[in-house]
Design a protein around this ligand. Structure first.
Ligand code: 5GP
Ligand code: MN
Length: 339
């Protein structure tokens, strides 16, 4: 289904006023929140009643985003969220493409027959799950796809809130325009958003200059004390266990971005951050060039994502998780060493 087909099917769904829910993924990031809020604000302008819902809470550094205070957090208010989902005429699935990424909402989602519309940029989508889908992997972010959608209906729909939310999504998913840029249109879209948003500089500050002292010290500790360089595989690994996170008074979102730093080393092609969360071990993978962390995450870490950014989880101890990582690296040695 190309864009034209998507828009024409979408038209039929949004012609008459409805009750919609826009859903995004577990551990929501800037793109999840930005794309969901912007789409909901656009749909409200068309006269629909729209709720935005995420499985669990989002990081505090996104709380200032226009409309963020109205987001329904499933694991904080499960009963009410289930009622909202059951009463919805249509579900929009944003920034994820697999039910395994829906956290606690999964059970309810599986029991509902409600039609689903997908807007997403992850790989390996099973399109049969959706009434229609805007599923493209060669875009910076889901927010870029939402921007294209709103612009398709008319630039006049872009207001301050929508522009701000979409910029947050694009800026965070591209690491402030440092990766995941596949075409110049990303900048053209951002230029349109910057025109409508109050101040790009302020948006950037609100996202990135909000660290607590503990968060910055955790970053310093991660790099100077915990970064392991495996020259043989052009790989860097940082692991943080529960005690270490507690020592820096870990808050949701505090480890965000740490995984990117080792990639600034010339010799490093893959960076891995391994953290201990409630009962599970979470992996964050980043790479430069053609090495696909999506394949690695999918093959060995119950996850996936994109070629250069992916995540996964294992249900085991930190020690076992690190052993697993070291065990599989030799299989990828040639790919990791290729120029
Ligand atoms: P992060 O490392 O920032 O958590 O995730 C990097 C990218 O991989 C994001 O685009 C995210 O949506 C995706 N991702 C993270 N964890 C998982 C996972 O467990 N499964 C899949 N399929 N994708 C993931
Ligand atoms: Mn995204």
């Amino acid at each position: 289904m190309d864009r034209k087909q998507f828009f024409s099917v979408l038209d039929t769904f949004i012609q008459s006023p409805g009750k919609f829910t826009v859903l995004s993924h577990v551990n929501p990031d800037g793109d999840a929140i930005g794309s969901s809020l912007a789409l909901s604000q656009f749909l409200e302008k068309l006269g629909h009643r729209v709720e935005v819902m995420v499985p669990n809470d989002f990081p505090g550094f996104l709380a200032w985003m226009p409309g963020a205070s109205n987001i329904q957090v499933y694991d904080k208010d499960t009963e009410n969220c289930d009622k909202i989902l059951e009463a919805s005429d249509l579900l929009f699935i944003l920034d994820f493409n697999h039910i395994s990424r829906s956290g606690g909402i999964r059970k309810t989602l599986e029991s509902l027959k409600t039609k689903k519309i997908l807007i997403d940029h992850h790989r390996d989508t099973d399109l049969s799950q959706f009434a229609c889908a805007l599923s493209e992997t060669e875009v910076s972010s889901t927010s870029e796809l939402v921007a294209e959608t709103v612009l398709h209906y008319g630039e006049h729909y872009i207001d301050e809130s929508i522009a701000t939310n979409l910029l947050v999504g694009i800026v965070t998913d591209t690491g402030s325009f440092s990766h995941s840029i596949f075409h110049p249109e990303t900048f053209a879209i951002c230029a349109k958003m910057v025109e409508k948003a109050p101040s790009y500089n302020q948006i950037h500050q609100l996202i990135y200059d909000t660290f607590s002292e503990n968060r910055l010290r955790l970053l310093g500790y991660s790099i100077s004390n915990k970064m392991e360089i495996l020259e043989e595989f052009n790989t860097a690994i940082i692991s943080l266990n529960k005690e270490e996170l507690a020592r820096f008074d870990y808050q949701v979102g505090d480890t965000e971005g740490i995984v990117n730093y080792p990639l600034s080393l010339k010799k490093i092609r893959m960076s891995v951050l391994v953290t201990e969360r409630q009962g599970v071990i979470r992996f964050s993978f980043r790479s430069k060039g053609n090495f696909s962390v999506h394949e690695l995450a999918q093959n060995y870490f119950n996850g996936g994502g994109h070629t250069n950014a992916a995540g996964g989880t294992l249900n085991c101890s930190m020690e076992a998780a690190l052993n697993q990582l070291h065990r599989v690296l030799p299989e990828y040695k040639d790919l990791l060493r290729k120029e």
